[in-house]
Structures are given as C-alpha cells and as structure tokens.
Design a protein around this ligand. Structure first.
Ligand code: PHE
Length: 339
C-alpha cells in the first residue's frame, strides 16, 4: 500500500501538460470526490496500526504534491495565454516580408551609369529647378532663339526666369563652371516639358546626358564611345549618325542603332526599317565652352543625351510611357535588376 502511494507521488511529480482539459482531468483523478486520494484515505482503516503513521505521511505528501502540481500547471498555462493574447503565438514563424523590385527607370539608369563609369565617366547632378542661364542661355540658346520652342518649358517665375529644367544639359553647364578639363561626366536626372501626355510622351521623364572635354577630342572619339555604349547596353554594334541640329553642339547628330528585323516586334518598333533612334549628340559648340569659362582654342569636347524611358520601353517592350508613373505593383513587380 505504501509503495503504491510512493509510486503515485512519483507520477504526480513528473506529470506535465499544457492543456487545460488535462489539468482538470488530473485534478479530478487525484483530488476529486471520487478521486484516488479519497479512495486511499478510505483504506486507512485497513492499514496495520504500526504502518499508519508512515502511510498517513505519504498520503499527505501525495495530496500536497497533487495540489501543488495543479496550481503550478494552471499558473503556467495562464501566463502563456496572457502572452498569446497580446503578441499572438510567439513561436509561430513570422509573415514573409515581400521583397520589392527596382523601378525599371532605376534599373536602366544604373546600367547606363555603370557602362560609362567603366570608361572613366563620373556622375554629376544638379537642381531640377533651374535658372534661364543654365538651362538655355549658356547652352547657346539666347532669349528669343527659335530653338527654345524645341523644348516646351514649365516656367515657375518670370523676370528673372526660373523654370523646371527641360534637359540635364543644365547640369553640364554647372559642371563646366566648376571644373576645368579633362571633363568626363554623365548627368542622369528628371526633366520636365510642357507636352501633352500620351502613350509616347510625358511631361516628366528622365535623361542621361554625357559630356567629354579635353585636348583634341574629335567626332571619331564620340562615335567610338557611342559604339561602345550601344554594344554594352543593347548588344548591338551597328550604329549610324544622322546630321541634326542642337543649338549647343556643332556638328550635331541623331544616333540610330540597327535593331534588326528578325521578329514581328522588331518590325513594329522600327517601323519596318530595322533602325531605331536612341539619342542626340554632337561636338560641344565653342560658344558653350566660352560661356562656361573653358577656352575653345585649347579644348574641344562632345556631348550626348538620351531619354531613359525610351530605352526602358525598348528593352522591356513597354507599350505606354504612362505605366512608369502609375505605381501599379502588378507592373513594377515584374522587373528585376538582371537585364
Ligand atoms: N539636351 C538634348 C535634349 O534634351 C540632348 C542632347 C544632349 C543632344 C547633348 C546633343 C548633345 O534633347
């Protein structure tokens, strides 16, 4: 009999559960009206007188142990539930955090910057709100010059004119004012033009313009640099330069790359010609150098400029420029940095 009680004390001591129901079952089993303890106390009279003392002590020990176990398990359960109430289940794996994707404009800009940094170009930036001098006059576009109409401008203030820059050539003027040649810099940035918004044009877009000034820089240097760029950027190595006009360069050209006519898409984007216009370029006009305190007798240079949206649309086959600014995650989540 005594052994049985001792076994039960052992069992009570090692009992563990975190279920409320099991604690209750345990309590009823040991401490309930028809439980083991009452049954054992009822045996008391059958125990030999000389064993009663030890039996009584053992029973009391069992009773205390059972009470203590119920108390301890209930307390533990309550404290767990309290935490669950405030924080939820702390052991549960957390919700996965959705990784964002880079905006296609950033991907393409980074790639352009990367390609030119490899051949020694630095990155320069300037203000989006510009004065007339840096956006127009210093670039050989004096007041009333008809070519100002090439870039419809958002004016912020009149006399003196303060405006939203229409190209990042303004940054190049600032850069030349602060640095003497050799200059090799590209200026990525957001530009603004007062144009009707359509699938192909927007009043806000991005450009990367490049400037290279040193002794004896020639048109051949320009062409070679552009060839390097188109090879790295598009994997295409055939370009052509068509004569064009920009007030800040002389001579000026539009750069076309030969895209090919292999697929139906090629036909569509090149309008059946195989050629695609991707940027403007030219030799920096001596007047521009003079305006920025660089001696055109000593130095010469080239400049080029391209729209990032246009290139991103080509590379990703994006049909509508407005998609870049809608911030629709279904669009944005499709782009990964690998290009
Ligand atoms: N600034 C011109 C534009 O916005 C691009 C360009 C840059 C052309 C440099 C020639 C040389 O269209």
């Amino acid at each position: 009999m005594l052994d049985r009680v001792k076994t039960l004390i052992g069992e009570v001591g090692s009992f563990e559960t975190s279920s409320k129901q099991e604690i209750e079952d345990f309590r009823i089993k040991y401490l309930g009206k028809k439980g083991l303890l009452n049954a054992l106390f009822a045996e008391f009279k059958n125990v030999a007188p000389e064993e009663r003392k030890a039996f009584g002590q053992a029973l009391n020990q069992l009773k205390d142990a059972a009470h203590e176990k119920v108390r301890a398990l209930t307390e533990k359960l309550d404290s767990n539930q309290e935490q669950t109430g405030i924080y939820g289940d702390l052991t549960r794996p957390s919700d996965p955090i959705d990784l964002g994707a880079r905006h296609p404009i950033s991907i393409v800009r980074n790639k352009i910057v990367d390609i030119f940094s490899r051949i020694g170009f630095t990155v320069s930036e300037g203000p989006e709100i510009e004065d007339d001098w840096h956006n127009f006059t210093a670039l050989n576009l004096p007041e009333y010059h008809p070519a100002r109409d090439m870039q419809d401008t958002f004016f912020i203030e009149k006399d003196p004119d303060i405006l939203l820059r229409t190209h990042t050539s303004s940054v190049q003027v600032r850069y030349m004012e602060e640095h003497q040649p050799p200059i090799r810099t590209i200026s990525p940035g957001r530009v603004f033009r007062n144009e009707d918004i359509s699938a192909r044009a927007h009043c806000i877009f991005h450009q990367v313009e490049g400037l290279y000034i040193d002794h004896d820089v020639s048109f051949a240097d320009l062409k070679q640099t552009l060839l390097y760029f188109t090879r790295e950027m598009f994997g295409k190595s055939k370009i052509r330069l068509r004569p064009s006009y920009f007030p800040f360069t002389e001579p000026s050209a539009e750069v076309d790359i030969y895209w090919g006519l292999e697929s139906e898409i090629d036909h569509k984007i090149t309008k059946g010609t195989g050629w695609l216009e991707i940027m403007g370029c030219g030799m920096v006009d001596p007047n521009v150098l003079k305006n920025a305190n660089i001696d055109p007798e000593v130095y010469s240079g080239y400049a080029f400029g391209m729209g990032i949206e246009r290139i991103a649309m080509l590379l990703y086959q994006i049909p509508d420029i407005r998609m870049f600014y809608e911030n629709d995650v279904r669009f944005l989540s499709q782009f990964t940095p690998a290009l």
